[in-house]
Design a protein around this ligand. Sequence first.
Ligand SMILES: [Cu+2]
Length: 457
Amino acid sequence: MTAAVAATTVSRVAMAALPEPISQVSPDTMPPLVPSTGRPYNPVVTLNGWTLPWRMNNGVKEFHLVAEPVVRQMAPGFKAHLWGYNGQSPGPTIEVVEGDRVRIFVTNKLPEHTSVHWHGQRLPNGMDGVAGLNQPAIPSGKTFVYEFIARRPGTFMYHPHADEMTQMAMGMMGFWVTHPKVKNPLIDEVQRDFCFLLNAYDIDPGSYTPKTMTMLDFNLWSWNSRIFPGIDSLNVRLNDKVRIRIGNLTMTNHPIHLHGHEFQVTGTDGGPTPKSTRWYEVTTDVAVGQMRQIEFIADEEGDWAFHCHKSHHTMNAMGHDVPTMIGVDHRGVAKQITNLLPDYMVMGERGMADMTEMEMPIPENTAPMMTGQGPYGSVEMGGMFSVLKVRKDQKPGDYKDPGWFKHPAGTVAYEYTGPLAEPERFQSEGGQSMPRAQRNAPPVEVQVRKPVDHSDH
Ligand SMILES: [Cu+2]
């Protein structure tokens, strides 16, 4: 009891002297924040983000979060007006060590009340951040103090628990990592430790502010409020052990897929997973409100795609009302229509790949639907897509982009230029378990045009 009273006293004193709020305007991936005070640990790297510095006050780690409107560059040429913390959405990553006493000052500069829930933490009930249930909401212009001991090592996040649908649709969220205090048999040492949040927005092409009433039909699928090609690559040294921590604060699941390597899920927001539950896979589904940490040895050199496996999540905003035009020949017709409608453009008769090369007029402040120049042409991606770059000569601790992989001679897929025989085709109409009654019925060819569909998220 004495300890609890003492802590309360410290808290009141500290409130008189708020730590200076630290803000970040750049959307770049900041180098790891090596701790200068407190217990040492191996810091994480937040993709297109940063870690919030703290100050030590009588052995307590003090952080100052400022909830406020921010302008986030989601990709070069595309800015969004979001809400976040300390100048960015998501807010800064908070890194502490198991057993640390943590005090977080939260100043509300939003036009409405807010609160902060510390997702996954063991803490006193009154610090859990559910407005109305555990605390009064933090009114505009006020500062509240949260204080607890980071009891479990692991991968966590924070977000409001007040007008959640609006505030999360506007980008209010952040990552939290609690490093182990001593060697933990379930937590391996790694050379690279990355983290990011999955988030989603509904921003009409040409506008800046998310539509906050959208429930499922989001049009921008982002990692840390960045969309490809705005998401930085994950740059590692050959044979590094790599950990990637991912949290999902969107309203749908994301099967996250890594090329060229197998990984294990070594932890969730519930903590490190028991070794007996780990198996190798190349895709892990991260459901809504879940966190996953994956680990692997980066032992294959190259530029490996790393992305959500839902193909519409690796595209940026587009009109949905586009019928499938594959196989429809527009030649001739298009010219006549253009005479009437000069802006008319034929879309997708050979698939959608053409769109990446079209000089298509798009409104100002719109991300192209699929883009990203690679060494061999357009990558034809958007949204939740990045690249794991594994290099022999990447220095330990160096996170700089090494550029494109230089493939050794004879190791790239190439065009066959020999004679082309007409391929033999199997001519069967398909088998059937029951004989057809009418032997002479004319064959039927079914043609399907995909209907417009808004419901598949
Ligand atoms: Cu996805």
